[in-house]
Design a protein around this ligand. Structure first.
Ligand code: CTP
Length: 408
């Protein structure tokens, strides 16, 4: 996959406070710079007990700032200059003590001073807590979290799991990749804020016997990219996925299913609770009429077995026919005559929008080119018809969807 540069042109001030999770911040700097950002690291004295400024300088390519008395700044006002240059300040790890300090507006060292002095209307503050579960659940910390949120800060995490102290629970800092993804999402326009989207993705698997089945080459990548793009745009997303090995996009609710019938059962009852249904799944049209309870053995058979097939329910058509149907978007994977087939499916399934693509050219790949078809119009996406990575396409589709929803 081509390297994504979603943070191109962004300048991030990364603040480190005292915590074991400082080791993850080294990786975070690498990911942020790989994504195109410039990163200025600021460390508290406690952070320097966990990781050296040398490491962070080498990874960020910039001298680390650790003191408000840093004489390298011509005006000797690091706390002012740093915040004026930044597109965002991310504190990762943020200790319980540092959050308490921020919540009360104290400013007795460079990092807290810089947070207090930042221009709040254009330099957002993001906080990735890292602490023991008892510290995280303490009423004092929860009070501070509420205050920080009320003051406009965005909390990233914390995560749940094993902690450095040997205990298990809430409070560990998110992984570097999760923080990087959250930061990328933070900068996306919230075009679908508050909307609820339901998306199907991947193939289905139609069992023949306990060890065999019929499936297809759909990788689920387009549906997962759409789920991620919708979540980034502020939507509440439920993703019903057939058997694929893809990580769940951050903040997306995922339900795993195998067969078309299971996908139907997971989707149709909840569809009216959503404003939009996007069907990207390559649902098997047929399944074996009967499921063999045991493995069909070759032993002693002179002729190959034959199967009777029966039709699967059409999930998209069923959702579109509901009295309180959401806005339905179909996908048409074709091998030829894209426009004609796509428009025929639009009419047959009685849906307002269908996205055509050439199945064999896209299955399993990271890029695609689409044809957006409604009852009257059609246009290529991207406009020049050149294959583009699926997340970029998904983000453009979300803009288009937001415009169509607003026009209804
Ligand atoms: N679809 C569905 N349930 C099915 C079959 C398809 O929800 N049982 C949805 C797909 O997710 C996709 C759209 O319908 O959004 C079109 O799927 P496709 O398989 O291309 O269409 P079919 O109706 O199966 O037409 P054909 O196989 O003739 O191309």
């Amino acid at each position: 996959m081509s390297e994504r540069t979603d943070l191109q042109g962004r300048h991030i001030v990364l603040g480190l406070t005292g915590g074991i999770a400082c080791y993850k911040s080294a990786e975070l700097v690498r990911l942020l710079t790989k994504a195109g950002a410039t990163v200025q690291v600021v460390m508290t004295e406690a952070a320097e007990a966990f990781i050296t400024a040398v490491t962070m300088q080498a990874l960020s390519g910039r001298p680390v700032v650790t003191s408000q008395w840093d004489a390298r700044e011509p005006n000797n006002m690091a706390h002012i200059n740093l915040g004026r240059e930044a597109d965002a300040i991310l504190i990762a790890p943020a200790s319980a003590d540092f959050m308490a300090k921020l919540a009360t507006g104290r400013a007795d060292e460079l990092l807290s001073l810089m947070c207090l002095a930042r221009p709040r209307e254009r330099c957002p503050l993001l906080i990735a807590p890292a602490m023991n579960r008892e510290m995280w659940s303490h009423p004092a910390t929860l009070r501070n979290v509420a205050t920080l949120r009320a003051d406009g800060a965005t909390l990233l995490g914390p995560g749940h799991g094993d902690q450095a102290c040997g205990e298990t629970g809430d409070g560990r800092m998110l992984e570097a990749q999760e923080l990087c993804d959250d930061l990328v999402a933070f900068f996306q326009p919230k075009l679908l804020a508050g909307r609820k989207l339901l998306i199907t993705a991947g193939p289905t698997f139609e069992a023949i016997d306990p060890v065999r089945g019929i499936t297809n080459h759909s990788s689920g990548k387009m549906g997962f990219a759409l789920a991620r793009a919708a979540q980034e745009a502020g939507a509440e997303v439920t993703l019903v996925a057939g058997p694929v090995h893809l990580p769940t996009p951050r903040g997306v609710r995922r339900l795993d299913v195998m067969s078309a019938q299971q996908m139907f059962d997971a989707v149709v009852p909840v569809a009216p609770q959503h404003e939009v249904f996007i069907a990207t799944a390559a649902v098997a049209d047929w399944r074996p009429a009967s499921l063999s309870a045991h493995k069909i053995k070759k032993e002693g058979k002179k002729v190959a077995p034959t199967f009777e097939l029966t039709e699967n329910p059409d999930i998209l058509a069923a959702v579109a026919a509901l009295p309180d149907a959401p806005y339905c978007v179909g996908f048409a994977a074709e091998s030829e005559n894209l426009l004609a087939h796509a428009r025929a499916k639009l009419l047959r399934k009685r849906i307002p929008l269908i996205i055509g693509n050439l199945g064999p050219a896209t299955f399993g790949r990271d890029d695609n080119s689409l044809l957006v078809v409604d009852a009257q119009t059609e246009h290529a996406l991207p406009a020049d018809g050149r294959a583009t990575d699926k997340l970029t396409l998904a983000r453009i589709l979300m803009q288009e969807l937001a415009t169509r929803l607003a026009a209804r």
